[in-house]
Every structure is written in C-alpha cells, then in structure tokens.
Unconditional design. Structure first.
Length: 281
C-alpha cells in the first residue's frame, strides 16, 4: 500500500499523540512528510520521538526510509499514461486475457484490504440518509461510473442527481445544494483541478463529501468526510477502473438492503409505470 493509504488504515489503532501526527500528515500530504521531523512534530503539536514511533509503527526503520518511500509514492502518483507505458515491463508468455484478469483479481483483493469496513459503512450511512440529496460526479474516465451509480440509486431512494453538463454550469447547479447534502466524487490520478474546486465549493455549502479515489488519494480528500481508496495500478499504460466499479456496486447493494422496504416500494412503483406504459395507459 502507498504510505498515505497505510496511515489512513492505521488511524483506528494509533495512540492519541500518534493519531495527531497521522491527521497532520493526511491534511498536508505530501509536503509535510517530506519536511523535517521537527516540522512535522510542531505541526501536529507533538514531539520528535512521537514522530519516530509513528513511522516505526508503520513499519519503517527510520525517518529517511519513510521519506524515501513517500517520494516514490509521489512520483508514481504524478506519472502520466505515457510514462507508465514506458515503465511497463516486457510482455510475458502468459495469455493476455489471463494476465489481465489476474491483475484485476489482485486489485480487487488489495482494495478489499485497503477499505476499512467502518469507512464502507460510513459511506453507506451517508448514501442512505433520505433527508439529504445525493450528488454524484466523476472525472474524465470515471464520470461514467458516477452516472451508473446515480442511475441505480435513483431507483432505490429519492433525491439523487448526477452532476452533469459542461463545467461552466456546475456553479449553477450548486444553487440547490443544501447543508447536509451528500456529494460523491470519483477522482483518480491525474486528479482534475475542476473537481477539486467543486468539492471545496460543496463544503462551503456544508455538503458532506464521499470520495472514491486511488491509493495516492485525490486532493479532494482534504474536503472529504469519508474516503474509499481503490487499487487502480494495472502495470500498463492506463489505470484500471474495475475496482471503482466494484466498490460502486457494493455501495449500491448495501444501500438497497438498508433501505429494503422503501426501495422495494419505489421499484414496484417503477414497474407499475413501465407496465402502464406498455399497456398504453
């Protein structure tokens, strides 16, 4: 796992002082992790020995070792598709389909380990709150997943909107966002500045942010109430979105079970509408 993902996964088990360091690190990633021990300790309001205990708990022998891996994480986060293509290893003798599916299976397994059950349940609680409107939006390659998830949630519960249209219309759509509403963002590397800014504007309107992202975490994480990291690296030119789709479907399924009575009533009403339409009524 990337260091940021490790820190997030360890949050629930850290002692109080070390948890302060974790929060400072996550809120100021990656710059504070590349600063001195004294600077990180001062920002977190703790001591240098506490910082050393924190990195040791993560499995690092020293602070320089921690920073070396962090630099590698940042470099991987910033790689373009072209750079990833150049760094991809030689083609193996494995059949292409078998190799691709093996990578997908490994990513699904790693994502299952990377997403704490408590965070998944917190995401489901946000999506199940029928007092709020749920807005969904993704980036260049992930907005189709946001639209897919919105289409299913609309059947399960009321007040679900896919934040669509040109970016120039996004601020107009903010007019209807109320305090307590939920905004679901899909954003993987390279992260989109327009999505990051929209998330900030959502928070200004007191919306609650659910972020579905990659192990390096979109900058939207700074604004998010819940963050669900997915493993997307497929050792090829393009990152894989299969784990994001799988997580979206898991959320849809969980919310439909939580909302079982009302969801069934809505689905029955929809079936009646379709049936009446077929009958020409």
């Amino acid at each position: 796992m990337a260091i940021r993902e490790q820190v997030q996964a360890a949050l629930g088990t850290l002692p109080g002082a070390e948890k302060k360091i974790a929060h400072a690190f996550l809120a100021n990633y990656p710059s504070i992790g590349l600063s001195t021990i004294a600077e990180l300790a001062a920002l977190a309001g703790t001591s240098a020995p506490t910082v050393l205990r924190f990195v040791a708990r993560l499995g690092f022998d020293s602070y320089p070792d921690f920073q070396r891996v962090l630099r590698s994480d940042v470099q991987a986060q910033l790689m373009s598709p072209l750079e990833r293509a150049r760094s991809t290893g030689p083609v193996t003798d494995n059949p292409a389909l078998k190799a691709s599916f093996a990578t997908i299976a490994a990513n699904l397994d790693a994502t299952l380990k990377a997403v704490p059950e408590s965070e998944f349940e917190a995401a489901c609680d946000l999506l199940s709150d029928q007092k709020s409107t749920v807005y969904l939006l993704g980036g260049r390659f992930t907005d189709s997943i946001a639209a897919y998830m919105a289409a299913h949630l609309k059947i399960i519960r009321p007040n679900v909107r896919h934040f669509g249209g040109q970016t120039s219309t996004w601020r107009d759509q903010l007019l209807d966002v109320r305090p307590g509403d939920v905004a679901v963002f899909f954003d993987i590397r390279r992260y989109q500045s327009d999505l990051v800014r929209l998330a900030e504007l959502m928070v200004e309107r007191k919306a609650r942010i659910l972020l579905i992202t990659d192990p390096w975490l979109s900058p939207i994480a700074r604004s998010a109430r819940v963050v669900l990291p997915c493993i997307v690296d497929a050792n090829r030119t393009w990152d894989s979105s299969v784990t994001l789709m799988a997580l979206a479907e898991a959320l849809i399924d969980r919310v439909s079970r939580v909302q079982s009575d009302s969801a069934r009533a809505r689905m029955q009403a929809l079936e009646d509408i379709h049936w009446n339409n077929l009958q020409g009524r």
